[in-house]
Design a binder for this molecule. Sequence first.
Ligand SMILES: CC(C)(COP(=O)(O)OP(=O)(O)OC[C@H]1O[C@@H](n2cnc3c(N)ncnc32)[C@H](O)[C@@H]1OP(=O)(O)O)[C@@H](O)C(=O)NCCC(=O)NCCS
Length: 135
Amino acid sequence: MQDLNRLTAEFGYWISEAYWGRGFATEAACAATAYAFAQFDFERLQASVLEWNEPSRRVLEKAGFTLEGRLRKNCVKEGRVADSWIYGLLRHEVMARSPAQLEKAGPASSSLGSHSPPAQTRAVEPASRKLRSDR
Ligand SMILES: CC(C)(COP(=O)(O)OP(=O)(O)OC[C@H]1O[C@@H](n2cnc3c(N)ncnc32)[C@H](O)[C@@H]1OP(=O)(O)O)[C@@H](O)C(=O)NCCC(=O)NCCS
């Protein structure tokens, strides 16, 4: 039996508080998304953000993710019930990044145009595809 979501990976990040607000998460998100599509055969990266996490939503939007929906009251954090905002980024959207954006994303993105994932990445176990899931 095959995993129906095998071409989707969950995307997440965490920056030490001492370094917030310096653009590191945005820069890392651009580079990591380019790397993920260059190195693996994912068609989609997906991220879930608590409704009050404006900095994280900004990171995703600046990395090119699209807001696709809200899961109403599906999370509880520190006693507060919250909506999750679901964002998605597709392979072709990253490949359509401008040269300037690809340059900013770093060397991993240079192989995007000639994507040919290694054979061993085609049957990745679900657990190893989960890049990070903190919210
Ligand atoms: C969310 C997080 C990764 C952002 O990291 P960061 O390196 O500070 O992000 P950036 O510097 O790239 O800034 C991204 C946006 O957030 C805004 N921002 C950063 N810190 C902020 C703060 N304390 N309050 C309000 N906005 C803030 C920036 O102004 C920027 O928005 P802009 O482009 O509209 O100016 C970081 O706060 C974090 O690790 N938080 C805890 C873990 C977490 O929430 N992870 C995400 C789970 S979905």
